[in-house]
Design a binder for this molecule. Sequence first.
Ligand code: PEP
Ligand code: MN
Length: 263
Amino acid sequence: KANRKFHPEDTVVAVGKAKIGGGSFSVVAGPCSVESQAQIIAVAEDVKRSGAALLRGGAFKPRTSPYSFQGMGLEGLELLLEAKAATGLPIVTEIMSPRYVEVFEEKVDLVQIGARNMQNFDLLKEVGKMSKPVLLKRGLSSSYEEWIMSAEYIMAGGNENVILCERGIRTFETYTRNTLDVSAIPAIKKMSHLPVIVDPSHSAGMYWMVEPLAMAAIAAGADGLIIEVHNDPPHAKCDGQQSLTPENFGRLMGKVGAMVDLM
Ligand code: PEP
Ligand code: MN
């Protein structure tokens, strides 16, 4: 179902008023994790003003250490809904367990599968039964074939609104958090009709590298970007070092607009 051979035209995924794919470009922005009502509403208003079409924010966080902040859980989801009510932005947040499928079906506009769960096949099968579109992030060490097969798991269940997200992969290089695989954009678009967006924040791991990687992603044909933005990056509970301030995000969006027009 994901193969372009049997579906030559680009798939366009609609999330609220936002469209991703087939020439429509959208930016998802927001903090790594929801931390408080004031934080998520402030960031939502800032990113909306700068032109983001969707709001991201983790409520359930897949942290490497069990002692790190695990997210606000269902309370965080409610705060995302308040930010949506305040701004009108559709919300994107990660599902980590099949036990939350029902609540995500009711409340979330775009359901994120994180890199660490790309091959959690039980989760993929459950999300495949949902009616909400899915953002499938590439596994940290997954091949194109494995990634597309994970999309196939979701689509096989009847949910064909899948957006793929390149978020950097593990390589021998340690300077960056991950290595952005720019080749994934044209390669996946040749093999599949699904939209491909890029997460330069988790690729770089450093805020100052987000802009050049975002420009590279657009030049290579990405259908959108997902960017971490925080109102106080030094005090963020998660991924502060790679988060843009609202001011830097506004500057980035000026360049994104010019670059998208160029393409
Ligand atoms: C995230 O989007 O905050 C996240 C945890 O991303 P990934 O699954 O790509 O590491
Ligand atoms: Mn993050």
